[in-house]
Design a protein around this ligand. Sequence first.
Ligand SMILES: Cc1cc2nc3c(=O)[nH]c(=O)nc-3n(C[C@H](O)[C@H](O)[C@H](O)COP(=O)(O)O)c2cc1C
Length: 479
Amino acid sequence: MDVTYKDLREWLEQVEKLGELKRVENASWEEDAGMLAEMLAHSDDGPAVLMDSFPGYPQGFRILLNANGARKRIAHTLGCDPDISKLNLVDAFKKKLDGLKPVPPVIVETGPVMENVMKGEAVDLYKFPTPKWHLEDGGRYLGTGSYDITRDPDTGIVNLGTYRVMVQDKNKAGFYISPGKHGRIHRDKYFAQGKPCPVAVVVGGDPLLFMAGSLEVPQDVCEYDWAGGLRGAPYKVVVDPVTGLPIPAEAEIVLVGFSYPDEKMDEGPFGEWTGYYASDHRAEPFIRVEAVYHRNDPIILGTPPEKPPYEAHKYREYMRSGMLLESLEKAGIPDVKAAWCHGVGGCRMLNVVSVKTRYAGHAMQAAHVASQCRVGAYIGRLTIVVDDDIDVTDLGDVMWAVCTRCDPASDIDIIKNAWGGPLDPRIHPDSKAKKSFYASRLIIDATMPFDWKERFPKPIGPSPEYKWKTREKWGYLLK
Ligand SMILES: Cc1cc2nc3c(=O)[nH]c(=O)nc-3n(C[C@H](O)[C@H](O)[C@H](O)COP(=O)(O)O)c2cc1C
């Protein structure tokens, strides 16, 4: 199947036909939006919810919540059968990655995003019903289901990265980017040359582009090209007259401006994906917003982080797992059967890989690469490698393998001084103050020891395939 929508509006129509959309009117942006986002994030297969008619704002200024918080909608967004099973969705996405040919965007003169233009003095970020998402947030965050567009000043490569955006005042937007992220590398390069960094923030638009912005797409590949390749059609972009950056012609809201090397404002605290306010508040660069463009009746895509797993973890379980499989394959590890980046670890802190072991050291090789490749490296914690009779998505099955096949004295490795960041709750505040963000990783080899695998007690089973077959046949009895 292919992606069948061209923008968020068409996606909404299609998802409503699938019975996956509910509507809420006259609720508050101050409290209700945040309450609803948390409830939907922590429900199984909850609907997408479109909020409209916020008191104090014009009708039509909307917020979409939990857009990709359920498998049916995730599959639809990725152009797969909405009724696909869990592991089949990882496989279907991985197949799309295997055949992926990047499709660059096409430049158009203008598009719906230019229906409304605010420039200079007219810029007013308070025009939108931006929620305060969590009770102790330090401000209103317009950018959650959003991405920031930057251009590498050396190579010219454009990056789309989801980095949170806080309304500082009517024409200033704080944006937080962790060390090592592509947008941060771009910004640091401009600042090192004493130059302002041009930025465009896209708030709401094609859900696949947002997903691409929130994933570890390789740094020499632009997310427009990557997502264009996934959907099999180029995105239409308009060249922003202020920054020269390409912005999606069919986006809902876009802010454009510059971040200056010598200017900072207090940013945070903000409820983060680890389930804490771990980076607290700090002085961070901000964007002086020179223009805002938006469609009539604009839709904010709201994806505020919650205690894991939340919406972004639900779709990234599939996508990051597929990308981890791709990274292992590209690193030349044979016979990797499955991977699952567990939502409860924010799809970063608890990643499991299954391997049909072929030689001594095979399992540890897979685990170390899984722990340190770009998809797995940032704020990781535990990487577990299991045999291919284990269902990587089932924590019970995985922990059974850890309990019965791992001898701690010989099957555990620790990697020190790995890629951390201010959002890691386990890094001491004094280290954070010194900008020392290292953290360690635990590698667990829970495969049967390779050199006496043939003599290891035979497991009762079932294999993951047999288990899913059983559930497909008999699962109705459990409903
Ligand atoms: C809802 C959401 C909010 C995010 N917020 C931030 C953020 O504020 N700062 C950050 O560095 N990464 C944030 N991320 C993670 C990045 O989007 C992710 O690491 C992505 O790969 C970054 O793009 P890059 O690889 O091009 O740097 C967020 C992800 C999601 C889904």
